[in-house]
Each structure stands twice: as structure tokens, then as C-alpha cells.
Design a protein around this ligand. Sequence first.
Ligand code: ZN
Length: 237
Amino acid sequence: MKVKIKIIALFVTVTLLQHNSFSQRGLPLEIVSNSLEAKSNIINSMNYDNRKLPARYEKETISALSNFPELQNVPVKFRIKKSFATLKTRPTFFSMFKPKGHRTYVIIISDKTIQKLMLITFENLPEDARIGIIGHELSHIVDFSKKTTWQSFKVALGHLNKHYMDSLEFNTDKICVDHGLGKDLETWSSYIRNSMHTVFWRGADYVNKVNTHFERYMNPSTIEKYMKADSATINAH
Ligand SMILES: [Zn+2]
């Protein structure tokens, strides 16, 4: 009986994660040079397979990835395709059955969604905002790659709870800021709010609902608050 329950639980986990983006602590800040050449060198020293990067957005991807040295042995693939959510990340199907450290992740960049969201598709974002949102997706991978299969199950179930998702996404933004991409994430955050005429952004699923207080994704002022806290921590050392 117990085995049967476990099998069902695993099936639910896989199904949920395949249909949802797990949308998601940080390491000390890395001091990263701003030149693309320096960032490319970091990627090369990470032994990262550049062939898995989206050719069209290689510059932004390299920029973001260079802030995540802990992902050097984590396979991450990028796909550009039609998808309702403008950007999402998930483990590949078979990865869900594998222990942490053996999973492959896919970041899906949408090139076609509903009209109302087209303005905020990746292609239409300013370059810094693209770096920021890729940083957010990589932060999901940092978070998820530390979880055991059963912790993954909890995350998958959490997708059914909007308040769980609020805190998961907020913490993912925090990981992104802790990785030194606060400025880029702030550009994304401001762009989304200006384009969608809202103060708070809760994601594509809520695009047709009025949201007056759920800060699922950090507001620009919150990102700045965490950036200041991070630099105060660094200066104290
Ligand atoms: Zn997310």
C-alpha cells in the first residue's frame, strides 16, 4: 500500500512539474567583470556547453550565467517556443526520477503568447531586463537542484497553492539579487509594471485580475532594499 502511495505521489510530482514552471538562497556575491569577453571566459572556465545557449540571446545568457558558478555542472537547456507564460523553468521529465545532482533543466522562452502578454515576452524586453529574468530562472535551478526527490514533491504540490507560489517566487528573486543581478532584475521589474500598468505583479496567470497587494515578484523598491542589505553585509566583512 505504502509503495502504491509513493508511486502515486511521484506521478503527481512529475505531472505537476511538467505543467507548471517552478517559479523560486544565495551564495556570497561574486564580483563579476562587466565585459562580455570576461564573462565568456568565466563561462569557458565553468566548462559550460555554449551549444546549449540560445544563439539569439547568447550575450544575455552568458551575462546571467556568469553570476552562477555553482551551476557549472548542472545541464541547462534553453528552448524558444510558443508558451502562455513568458518564461518558465522545469526539470526534464526523466530528471524528476533522478536524485539531485543528476537532473537536467529546461528554460522555456516564449515567443508567442496571448496578445496582452506579448509586450513582455523576452524578445520585447530591454537587454538588462532579459539578463535579470534569466537570472531569476537560474535562481530557480539553484534552489531546486538542492532538493531531494521528496522535497521536490513538496514543491510540486506547492504549485497548487497560490500563497506558496507567492513566497517561492519572492525567494527566487532574493536568490537572484544575492547573485549580484539586482540591478538587472529591477529593470525587469520596472518594465513589467510599466507595461502592464500595475504596482504589483503576480505573474501571467493573474494578468486579467486586479492585484493590489500580492508581491509575488519583488517590486523595484524591494529589490533595492535587498541590494542595500547585501552591500552592507559585504562592507561589514
Ligand atoms: Zn519564477
